[in-house]
Design a protein around this ligand. Structure first.
Ligand code: 13P
Ligand code: SF4
Length: 331
């Protein structure tokens, strides 16, 4: 007989001083094991407040790193140290290059305020922290950008060009993307790095046209990691928790097509909810974590030989924590 992972996970959760944390994009069977579930902002906030000595974080690398930075005394383990594809698009060198680009186009470093989406490595957050900048998530980007603008500086937004442009559009600000067309930092309020989420690029104008033609009264709800052309014509755009609230509060008869990760959409509502794509928009790295991985990481704590521990260089953690704490204060 093989191991009953679910039963063993429940036993280990009882036996150990551990909190299992799971992002909404996790596979259902892993998500169901979470003591705390939420979107990236909720998880960063709640994880640092729990009493347990150990946190087992089911999500992607930057999420576990953020918890370790915000709560350094906790031991953070991840069943899979899976890396968000967007976070991998920028590192400290690319960040420095973006600052140099702005300097070369007449904006001195002192006149730049960097904001990084939480979907980035700790080394990028540290660079942002050192320059007096902030972290944001899709839940609080509006507030954080507003706060950033109070400095009177140009905002360098990394790494998601879609999020940067979408919030600039909703706030009536001018934006441009480095490396895309003419991007003159002197002419824009928000200068975006050219990164993106591969999963949220699945949703197209053709998909929207398909659903609108089939169901003329349908609502289209999307995550702001979608292309600005999609967000422009959607009925609603919001972070994971904002999408959940919007969709679950709709009249049960109201049809809605949702442009975000498949696992979340699939468990949102029993009927009248559609995935805004002809393909299955699963996040490959979020899907890497299995029940077996979760079991193995919990068992490693019981055995006294913890695996997959999240560790962050002290210097990087210090500067990254400045950027993360500025977000926490402002959201
Ligand atoms: P949330 O902040 O909405 O949880 O988004 C995280 C993410 O990776 C979306 O793709
Ligand atoms: Fe990263 Fe996109 Fe996956 Fe979110 S859905 S974790 S942004 S690759």
């Amino acid at each position: 007989m093989g191991i009953d992972y679910k039963q063993e996970i429940e036993r280990l959760k009882q036996a150990l001083d551990v909190t299992v944390v799971a992002h909404y994009y996790q596979r259902d069977e892993v998500f169901e094991m979470g003591d705390i579930v939420g979107d990236s902002l909720e998880l960063a906030k709640k994880s640092r407040e729990v009493d347990s000595a150990w946190i087992v974080f089911c999500g992607v690398g930057f999420m576990g790193q953020s918890v370790k930075i915000l709560a350094p005394h906790k031991r953070v383990l991840m069943p899979k140290i899976a890396c968000c594809a967007m976070a991998r698009m920028i590192d400290a060198v690319y960040f420095d290059d973006s600052v140099k680009y702005m300097e070369a186009h007449g904006v001195p470093k002192e006149a730049i305020l960097p904001i990084t989406y939480i979907n980035s490595d700790a080394a990028v957050k540290a660079k942002v922290g050192e320059m007096g900048g902030l972290v944001c998530t899709s839940s609080n980007a509006f507030k954080i950008i507003e706060k950033g603008l109070e400095s009177g500086k140009k905002i360098l937004f990394v790494p998601d060009r879609c999020l940067g442009q979408n919030f600039a559009n909703s706030m009536g600000l001018k934006s441009c993307v480095i490396g895309e067309g003419e991007c003159d930092p002197k002419e824009a309020d928000i200068i975006c790095f050219n990164g993106f989420c591969s999963v949220h690029q699945y949703f197209t104008l053709e998909d929207i046209a398909f659903y609108r033609e089939r169901y003329p009264d349908i609502k289209i709800a999307v995550h702001p990691e979608c292309d600005p052309a999609i967000v422009d014509v959607a009925d609603f755009s919001g972070s994971t928790s904002q999408l959940i609230k919007y969709i679950t509060e709709l009249d049960p008869e109201q049809k809605v097509a949702v442009g975000t990760e498949y696992n979340l959409v699939n468990r949102l509502r029993p009927s009248n909810t559609y995935v805004l794509s002809s393909t299955k928009p699963e996040c490959p790295t979020m899907n890497e974590t299995t029940l077996e991985d979760l079991y193995l990481v919990l068992k490693s704590i019981e055995d006294g030989a913890p695996i997959n521990e999240v560790l962050v260089d002290e210097h990087i953690a210090y500067h990254a924590s400045l950027a993360l704490e500025r977000m926490m204060e402002g959201s």
